[in-house]
Design a protein around this ligand. Structure first.
Ligand code: IPD
Length: 268
């Protein structure tokens, strides 16, 4: 099996360096903000990584927004969200992360989530466990949905069907009941909460591959499960995910929530 530890260590060092960018300049609409910092951080990351690994490919949120084709191939590929939690960043709500995943043959080899304000560095490498600031991470292992804190997100969708589905999903979960429902405003950090046992599950429809590719491997390596929202196989391009402390909790959430239509990330 190839050893990608050198790439992992380089990814961690560039994520920490890029996390020092703090300036906020708005570029887009109130519901789906983009800052100049998003674009600058992505450029810093891609330029550093491509100088060291010139053969590697990239899927970056800002490059895709600028018109680059989103296609995950078998080549070594870095999947980058320069700022996950852009709305938080703009409002100084203190959960903002740099998310970097690395996939080969379409399989994620490692994931890095740097929660910059908290100065928490989460990482996981396939088959080698998950870590927070170097200390091993474990999910809560909770199996009883009625004892769970469940994290989800509202996202940027504002059409009636998406909003009514989102709110009725939360309604149904609260009625199960669960202990609580939370939203931190960054999918990557939400999922890392599951990995560290601060939350027992996370589900979301509508986020993108760069928001969750890194945290999905972090949850799995911390002993959790990651599935589609129907309980089936997780496809990072599908824009649907459940991450949970146990299969029992993932399955229960899959029974309760309903999807709404959403274009795949790799749809032409
Ligand atoms: C967003 C965040 C948010 C989620 C959205 C994502 P961005 O990512 O992860 O929590 O609800 O669906 O698009 O735009 O801040 O990188």
């Amino acid at each position: 099996m190839a050893d990608w530890t050198d790439c992992l260590n380089f990814g961690i060092s560039v994520a920490k360096r890029a996390g020092e960018q703090k300036e906020v300049k708005l570029k887009s609409s109130p519901a789906d903000l983009v800052t100049e910092t998003d674009q600058r951080v992505e450029k810093i990351l891609i330029s550093a990584i491509s100088t060291r690994y010139p053969q590697h490919r990239f899927i970056g949120e800002e490059s895709v927004a600028a018109g680059e084709r989103l296609q995950l191939t078998d080549s070594p590929t870095w999947i980058i969200d320069p700022i996950d939690g852009t709305v938080n960043f703009v409002h100084r709500f203190p959960f903002v992360a740099i998310s970097i995943a690395f996939a080969v043959n379409k399989q994620t080899e490692f994931g890095i989530v740097y929660s910059c304000v908290e100065d928490k560095l989460f990482h996981a490498q396939r088959g080698r466990g998950a870590f927070l600031n170097g200390e091993p991470l474990h999910v809560s292992g909770q199996e009883d949905i009625s004892r769970c804190v469940v994290v989800t997100e509202i996202g940027a969708e504002r059409d009636d069907l998406a909003l009514s589905t989102l709110t009725s999903n939360i309604f149904r979960l609260l009625k199960l009941p669960v202990h609580g429902v939370r939203a931190l405003g960054t999918a990557a950090v939400d999922m890392c909460q599951v990995a560290m046992g601060g939350a027992d599950a996370y589900y979301h429809i509508g986020m993108h591959c760069w928001d969750i590719a890194a945290s999905a491997i972090i949850v799995r390596e911390a002993g959790g499960v990651v599935t589609d929202t129907d309980g089936g196989w997780f496809d990072v391009m599908s824009r649907r995910v459940i991450a949970a402390s146990s299969s029992a909790v993932a399955n229960r959430i899959a029974q309760v929530i309903r999807p709404f239509p959403c274009r795949r990330d790799d749809e032409e």
